[in-house]
Design a protein around this ligand. Structure first.
Ligand code: FE2
Ligand code: FE2
Length: 310
């Protein structure tokens, strides 16, 4: 039995398999459905793009910002899903000769992440078809995955749970009433979240399982590695915020001075930190699982590291 409810761990893996089978979707048939992106729509909802932080921009420019962020959303997910999938395949090894339902849960998880990467490549290309040239995303998913996988499994699973929980919040923000929001992008949030919900449960089960094998010293080191991973994610977000601000300034059809360009860069970074770090770190389930594994002092270390990323 685990701490959450009265369901056994084995039953929880089984439920993820059942749900995974029930909600399974196809990129073209279910998500895209022959549609194209329309630049009169916002791609990310205001609650994620934090458009209010882009104080100097017109309504049309703010819409362009949401479209740039939508393209970066696809690229960032494609990137993180590379290391998540590699870690899931590695973890599946522990179940080869054990619980075959748990093994199936991880195999489906991996299969879904491969599909999600294909979805996000498709979305990136489709947005590229309708936005001005010059967008750049130069961060190599394989290089990032190699660096991430150099950290302990405990730390990688902590980061992964954070990521997979925030897809739920992102979906919720996308269904906030907003008639200007792209129906196609809303479906990306909806379908992605439907499969990510199972991933978040599996992350938690695997994190707790791996945690039980660690000594107090190993766990303490892993807490530092989780902090290092979050800082590495932030480094990626800083690079991309700069790239997206530069692209905006080059493509927005008016002169933007240096001071305003700096505020646009800062606003992109604020939005990306919210989307990819804080929206997961503040998720109640993340806090609940994390605090069940670590000491209060270790929790304070994580919180003060997060507080520097504002
Ligand atoms: Fe995914
Ligand atoms: Fe996932």
């Amino acid at each position: 039995m685990n701490a959450i409810g009265n369901i056994s761990t084995s039953d929880r893996y089984e439920r993820t398999v059942e749900t995974s089978k029930r909600v399974r979707w196809d990129i073209e048939k279910d998500v895209i459905r022959g549609r194209r992106f329309d630049t009169t729509h916002k791609f990310l909802p205001d609650g994620l793009s934090l458009v209010d932080a882009f104080e100097t921009l017109s309504a049309g420019e703010k819409r362009f910002v949401s479209q740039i962020q939508g393209r970066t959303y696809a690229n960032i997910f494609g990137l993180v899903e590379r290391f998540i999938n590699a870690k899931v395949l590695e973890l599946s090894h522990d179940h080869w000769f054990g619980d075959q339902v748990a093994l199936e849960a991880l195999v489906r998880f991996s299969d879904e992440e491969l599909k999600h990467q294909a979805l996000f490549r498709r979305i990136d290309a489709m947005i590229g078809d309708v936005l001005p040239d010059g967008y750049r995303f130069d961060i190599d998913p394989n290089g990032v995955a190699r660096a991430v996988l150099g950290k302990s499994t405990w730390a990688v699973l902590g980061l992964t749970l954070d990521i997979e929980l925030f897809t739920q919040l992102h979906y919720r923000r996308s269904i906030d009433p907003d008639t200007e929001l792209s129906e196609l992008f809303k479906d990306v949030f909806l379908y992605h979240w439907r499969e990510e919900s199972q991933h978040a449960i599996i992350d938690e089960l695997e994190w707790v399982r791996v945690d039980a094998t660690l000594t107090a010293e190993e766990r303490d080191r892993a807490v530092d590695e989780l902090i290092e991973l979050v800082a590495a994610v932030d480094g990626i977000l800083q690079i991309q915020a700069k790239a997206d601000a530069t692209y905006f300034v080059a493509a927005c059809a008016r002169a933007v001075g240096e001071a305003e360009a700096a505020t646009i860069d800062a606003a992109f970074l604020k939005a990306y930190r919210w989307q990819y770090i804080h929206s997961g770190a503040q998720h109640p389930q993340f806090g609940k699982v994390l605090s069940s594994l670590i000491t209060e002092k270790q929790g304070q270390r994580i919180q003060s590291a997060l507080a520097t990323l504002q």
